[in-house]
Design a protein around this ligand. Sequence first.
Ligand code: GMT
Length: 375
Amino acid sequence: MKIGVVLYPTFGGSGVVATELGKALAKKGHQIHFITYSQPVRLGSFHENIYYHEVSVSNYPLFEYQPYETELTSKLVDVVINEKLDLLHVHYAIPHASAAFMAQQILKAQGIRIPFITTLHGTDITLVGKDPSFEPVIRFCINASNAVTTVSESLKNDTIKYFGIERDIQVIPNFIHIQENSSVFCHQKLRQKYAEKDEKIICHISNFRPVKRIEDVIKIFALIDQKIDAKLILVGDGPDRYMAEKLSRELGLIDRVIFFGKVRDTNHILPIADLFLLPSETESFGLAALEAMAVGVPVISSNSGGISEVNSHNFSGYLTEVGDVQRMADFAIGLLLDTNKLSLFREQAKRRAKEFSLDLILPRYEKLYCEVLKQ
Ligand code: GMT
C-alpha cells in the first residue's frame, strides 16, 4: 500500500507513534510518505520505502498567523496525486483531520478517491478538543473520517462523551518495539556516570506541560530523597521546566536532579533507571510509561485517563489518585527498599509491556487499512 502519514514531527507521543508505525509498515514493504513541517524526530537515518514531504510555511507579511492548514491541504493534494497514494493516516485531529477532509473533497472534484483514517491521541480530545471553539470542526472531522481509532478505551469514552460521537471508533493501543539485545555493560557504564553505586535513579520524561504535573515529580523525589540516596533524571523540555529547576533549587535538591533537556532516543537513558514517575493530570495512554516498562523500569503513576490500561497496579508499578504525592512517594520508597520486589516488578513491567508489542499491534492497523480501502 502507499500510505500518506500526517503527523506532528516533534517529541510528543503522537509523533513518535506515527513515525514508529510508519517505519514498521515500511519494513513490511508498504510505501510510506510522511507529510509534515519538519523532519520527524524519530525518523533517523535513511529507510527504504520511506519518503518525507515537507510542508513549507510561507511568511507573507499579510498573515499575522500562517495558514498551515491550507498549506498542508495543498501538500496532501499534491502528494496524493503525484505519488498515487492509496490512503491517508492522520495522527492528532487538529488540524490534520480537517486538512485531510479538505484534501479529500478537492480530490473528489477531480475524480480521485482518497480515504483517510484519523487516530486520536489524547490532548486533541481531552484538552484542546474540549475548547468549545474547536468543537464543531473536530466533531465534523471525526464523523467524516473513513475510520477513527483511539489509543485507549478511556480516550474512546472521552471522545464519545465530549463530542457526542455515535460512529464506530476502534481502539488500537500504542505499541512498543521490544529490543532484547541492549547491552547491560553499556548501561552500567552510563549509570556510573550519573549515580553512585548505592544510589537509585528515578526518571521522568515529558514535554513539561502543566498536564504532566512536573511539580509533583519534584515533590515525590524530595520525599524519596529523605529516605533513600537517589538521583532524579528529567528528560524533555517545555513551559514548566523553569519552574522545575526553581523548585529543585528551593528544596535543596538541585545537585541530585539532572536536567537532560530534549533527547531524541530515550532508549539509551531509560534502562539506567530504577523507577519511572508519571503523575499526569490526564494521559490518554502514557507512551513514556510503556517505553520505561519495556526496558524493565517499573512505573509509579496517577490513575487518570488511559494510564491504568498500560500500567498495572501492584504488578508493573503502582497507581494512585492524581496529586497524591505522599502515596506515590510511599510506593516508590517501598519498592526501592525491597530488592526482591524491585526485581520482580522489573520482570513484570517487561512482561506487561510485551502485551503492547509492535508485532501484535501492527496487523491491526494493516487490517483497518484494508477494510477502509474496500469501503
Ligand atoms: O503528552 C503529550 O502532551 C503529547 C501528546 C501528543 O499527542 O503527542 O501525547 C498524547 O499522545 C500520546 C501518544 O498516543 C499518549 O501516549 C499520551 O498519553 C497523550 N498525552 C495526553 O493524553 C496528555
